[in-house]
Each structure stands twice: as C-alpha cells, then as structure tokens.
Design a protein around this ligand. Structure first.
Ligand code: COA
Length: 235
C-alpha cells in the first residue's frame, strides 16, 4: 500500500454475524475476555465481529494470519499495531455506530475515522451551539431547518475523525474549527490546526442511508478508496 492512499472499509455488523464462530477463533484471548464481560449476547457478538474483521483486514495488508497481529495502545489510548509488525508502519482506526463499523487503514501517516447514525432524537442545534465554534454553529443556523441535522452530524464526524487521528479524543473538540478549513471538493477539506506541524486532509463519506462518516489523515491530499468489508477474506 502506498503512503498516499487511505482505504476505508465499511460493514454492517449483522451481515457478518454468521461468521461469528470463525471470527471468535482469530481474536486474542484478551479480546475474548473483554467480550465475555459484555452483558448482552448481541454486544458480545458485535465486539467479536468488529475485532475479527479488523484483524482480517489488517492481515491482508501485513500478509500474516489474523491471530499473529498484536494490538496495543499508544500513550493517548489510541489502538495501534504492536510487536514485530509495528515496523510495517501500518496505521488504522475504527469507529462504530448504529450496527455499522468502519475501518481506515493507511501507511506512515496518522489516520482517524468516525461514523455516526443520523439520530433524530439528538438535539443537534443545541449541541452545535454548545460544542462547536461560533462560526461553525452560525454556519448551521444559516441553513434551512431541514438541512441542519445532517450538517451537524457532518461537522461532528469530521471533528471526531481528526481528534481520533491525533489520539486526543473528544476532550479536544475545540482544537479544530472547520469554518477555517479550505474546501477542496464537495466532500473534502484541507485544514491547518494551530500547534500541529502538519496540515490535515479530511473527507466525508456515506457508508449507508442514514449514516455519515469522515476520515482524517495527516499530510497533504490522499486518495481514499472505499471497500465493503465483505470483500475481506474471512478464513
Ligand atoms: C476515543 C473516542 C473519541 C471514541 O468515541 P466514540 O464515538 O465513543 O466511539 P467510536 O466508535 O467513534 O470509536 C471507538 C473506537 O475508537 C478507537 N479509540 C479508542 N481510543 C482512541 C483514541 N484515544 N484515539 C483514537 N481512537 C481511539 C477504538 O478502536 C474504539 O473502538 P473499541 O472500543 O471497539 O476498541 C472517545 O472515547 C473519547 O474521546 N475518549 C476520550 C479520550 C480518551 O479516553 N483517551 C484515552 C485515554 S487513556
């Protein structure tokens, strides 16, 4: 995989549940232990499927068996490849929402992904006023009322994808102001973040009807390839 490419894999967890038994065999004993602590069977299955697919996808790039991959966390808690395969510089990030999961994979650059089901019971405008910059919130207010919810979720996923790329997580929500980003196309932006040495490339995508997703990668523009996780070989 070239450094200028990001692959975004997207899947419905329910579609992969029939592969549960096989996926259970490739996750680590720690992951099986964590799965056991979920109270509901569904949450347990979703966790195994999420981890099993992650390992299957990463194994395809690393040309190893999925259970050979050691997964750890960096100092900020961001999951990463540990052990001897770390030298491959493969980076990934995972997001799940409303029964779907998305994975971003790239090499040599930081990457973050977010995915949200566009929920109708969330007070989108109030959350924008509370958590977004003044300019971002004003941009949403200027839109016709029916478009505001979609705009809120789009900005939210872009910000969260960036914050997951840096490993900061939601505690850094005010670090990035999308009203200052340069729009490169209908679904892509370049943004310079004060204090960050690199510019960031951001891109939104629609994993399914009623969902919005975003991917953030450190450095200049990159090619994003969208793939259904069903095409990853699960063996
Ligand atoms: C990380 C965070 C943004 C996830 O947000 P979310 O909307 O609840 O969930 P998402 O589906 O988007 O992402 C969850 C996935 O992000 C990944 N993740 C966890 N911590 C992460 C971090 N610091 N940076 C990037 N990705 C992270 C994991 O793969 C996780 O999936 P898993 O729990 O199945 O392993 C949120 O939990 C957060 O802000 N945490 C605060 C930062 C934090 O706790 N850091 C850890 C300090 S030890």
């Amino acid at each position: 995989m070239n450094d200028d490419r990001v692959d975004v894999w997207s899947a419905s967890l329910a579609l992969h549940r029939p592969a549960l038994r096989r996926l259970e065999k490739i996750v680590s004993s720690d992951e099986r232990g964590r799965a056991e602590r979920f109270r509901s069977d569904l949450a347990r299955a979703d966790y195994i499927v999420t981890r099993g697919l992650l390992r299957t996808i990463l194994a395809g790039y690393l040309r190893v068996h999925p259970d050979e991959i050691a997964l750890g966390r960096d100092g900020k808690g961001k999951p990463e490849i540990a052990g001897r395969l770390r030298r491959e510089k493969l980076r990934f990030n995972v997001a799940h929402s409303g029964g779907r999961v998305a994975y971003a994979v790239t090499r040599g650059r930081e990457v973050g992904i977010d995915l949200e089901r566009i929920a109708h019971d969330v007070p989108a405008e109030a959350l924008a006023e509370r958590f977004f910059s003044e300019e971002e919130a004003a941009g949403i207010r200027r839109l016709p009322s029916p478009d505001r919810r979609q705009a809120f979720f789009t900005i939210w996923t872009l910000k969260e994808a960036y914050l997951k790329a840096t490993g900061e997580g939601l505690r850094g929500l005010d670090q990035i102001d999308l009203s200052r980003a340069r729009r490169c196309s209908a679904d892509s932006w370049r943004v310079e973040v004060p204090g960050s040495r690199t510019a960031w490339s951001l891109r939104t995508f629609v994993p399914d009807v009623g969902y919005v997703g975003a991917v953030a990668v450190g450095g200049p523009g990159c090619r994003v390839r969208f793939l259904p996780a069903l095409s990853a070989r699960v063996s």
